[in-house]
Structures are given as C-alpha cells and as structure tokens.
Design a protein around this ligand. Structure first.
Ligand SMILES: NC(=O)c1ccc[n+]([C@@H]2O[C@H](COP(=O)([O-])OP(=O)(O)OC[C@H]3O[C@@H](n4cnc5c(N)ncnc54)[C@H](OP(=O)(O)O)[C@@H]3O)[C@@H](O)[C@H]2O)c1
Length: 255
C-alpha cells in the first residue's frame, strides 16, 4: 500500500472522477474526506468508501464552507497529506454556453467554480496541510484543445494548470508539491448535465471518435494517475501537468 494512513481530501469526491480518485486512494491505504453538495450522493459514495472516509457537505464557491471542510477533516484525522482539488465542471443551470449565450453572470459563475474555488481551496487548506503534502489540481485537456461551448471553462482550466506552477513556487519552503492532472473525455455523470439523457450516448461517441485509443477514460484511469501524484513515486515531479487523455491532446486522427 503506497498511501497507508495518509490523510486525503477529495473535493467533488461524491461523483465521477472525484469518486474514482477517492476509491483509488482508499485502495492504497489512505483515509480522509470527500466533499460535495448533493447529500444523497455524499451518503452513497461515503458508504462505498467505508469507515475510513467521512463525507462533508460544502459548496466550494463559498469560502466559509471551504474552511469547514479542512477543520472537520483535521479534527477527525489530524493534518492532511493529500489534497485533490477536483470539484468543478458544469455550473448548475448553465450547461456549456456558447459566446452568444454567455452573460457576465454566467462568465463569473464558470470562473468562480473552476478557477477561484481551486485557488481558495488550496489557500484555505494550507494551515491544515502537512509539510511535504501533495496537492493535485484537476485540469482538463480542454485547456489545450478547443471544443464547442467550452471557451470559458477551458480558459479557467488553463489557469488552473498555471496555478500548479505558481503555487509550487509559493509552497516550496514547505516541500508541498502542486501538480495538475488533466483528464480527456472521461465517462462520468457530467454528460447528463450538458445534454438531455437521450443525447448522452451520441455526445460520448463524438468524443470517442476523436480519442486516439478509441474509448473514453474511466474515473479509475484518473484514480491511478492521482495515486502516482499523491505518492512518493512522484517525489521529483513538481509544478507540472500530467495529461490522462488517451492521446486526445497530442495526437490527431486523420479520419
Ligand atoms: N468528465 C470529463 O470528461 C472531464 C474531463 C476533464 C476534466 N474534468 C474535470 O473533472 C472534475 C470532475 O468532473 P466529473 O466529470 O467527475 O463531473 P461530475 O460527475 O459532474 O462531478 C462534479 C463534481 O463536482 C462537484 N461540484 C460541482 N459544483 C460544486 C460546487 N459549487 N461546490 C462543491 N462541489 C461541487 C459535484 O458535487 P455536487 O454536485 O454534489 O456539488 C461533483 O462531485 C471537474 O473539475 C471537471 O471539470 C472532467
């Protein structure tokens, strides 16, 4: 077990990629907390992770609720070794707006969820982190390759990838490593938030068609990469990005 008794927090660990990461960390011996806003999925995911994990209800765009995540986890488990900043993606009620639909309000909400919350999740965590901790920021291949409706989301994720560099520098004296882990198209509930249920398979196949390995990734694919970044196996990897995208970003299929 690579992470025996390490204390981890995964924001958005009640769904999709976050749950896959929490499961992978748990399988390597970690304990800790998952967070989200949906009580039903917090309960069901918490149950699947077992007694080593607690579930904390918190909106990551609310700074007081963010603080609560860290104090509750530290009260229960002590200082934190692994922080996975994963919560993000689609803003409720505003699925991937194109430029004609974007308003100042929807712009701010995308930036708040996908960039500001990532920065403040790290800032609020700092008093509760062990020196030598590993912070993993979930980026996206969208930061590198434009796709319809993703312009603002992608810009926020590009900034998150940049945060991995700046925050690594800011936290060097504490030996805290910050890296970005950028998924390509991963099979999670997010697709049901973007298009109606009867269009989900169609959209997933659009992504499969442009993904060189010929499939979507799974939350477990991302979980394995997160275990690597959380563990000492990646001790010399600081302030960079790992793409786990089946070749989507760097390889073009000439179909
Ligand atoms: N799936 C992909 O293809 C893909 C590709 C690249 C990057 N990503 C990134 O991976 C991360 C996870 O996405 P996913 O695909 O697993 O989507 P998902 O299943 O929709 O999960 C999103 C998670 O974020 C949480 N969340 C959203 N808004 C929140 C808020 N205001 N406060 C607290 N938690 C919030 C959700 O929990 P609640 O709803 O309970 O709040 C949920 O746990 C996101 O950062 C996303 O941008 C996904």
């Amino acid at each position: 077990m690579k992470l025996k008794n390490k204390v981890a927090i995964v924001t958005g660990g009640n769904s999709g990629i976050g749950f896959g990461i929490a499961e992978a960390l748990m399988n390597e011996g970690a304990v800790g907390a998952i967070t989200g806003r949906n009580q039903a999925t917090l309960d069901s995911s918490g149950k699947e992770l077992g007694s080593g994990f607690i579930s904390i209800k918190a909106d990551v765009t609310n700074l007081e609720e963010l603080e609560n995540i860290f104090s509750k986890t530290a009260d229960k488990f002590g200082k934190i070794d692994i922080l996975v900043v994963n919560a993000g993606g689609i803003v409720d009620g505003v699925p991937m707006p194109g430029i004609d639909e974007v308003t100042e309000e929807s712009y701010d909400r995308y930036m708040n969820l996908n960039l500001k919350s990532a920065y403040f999740t790290v800032k609020k965590a700092l008093p509760h982190l062990n020196d030598g901790a590993s912070i993993i920021l979930i980026g996206s291949s969208a930061a590198h390759r434009a796709a319809p409706g993703m312009t603002i989301y992608a810009a926020a994720k590009a900034a998150v990838i940049s945060l991995a560099k700046g925050l690594s520098l800011d936290l060097l004296s504490r030996k805290i490593r910050v890296n970005a882990l950028s998924p390509g198209s991963i099979d999670t509930p997010v697709f049901g938030k973007i298009v109606p249920e009867d269009k989900v398979d169609f959209v997933k196949h659009l992504w499969i068609d442009i993904t060189p390995v010929g499939r979507q990734g799974t939350p477990s694919d991302i979980g394995k990469a997160a275990v690597f970044l959380a563990s000492d196996d990646s001790a010399f990897i600081v302030g960079t990005e790992i793409l786990s995208d089946g070749g989507l970003t760097n390889i073009s299929l000439m179909k």
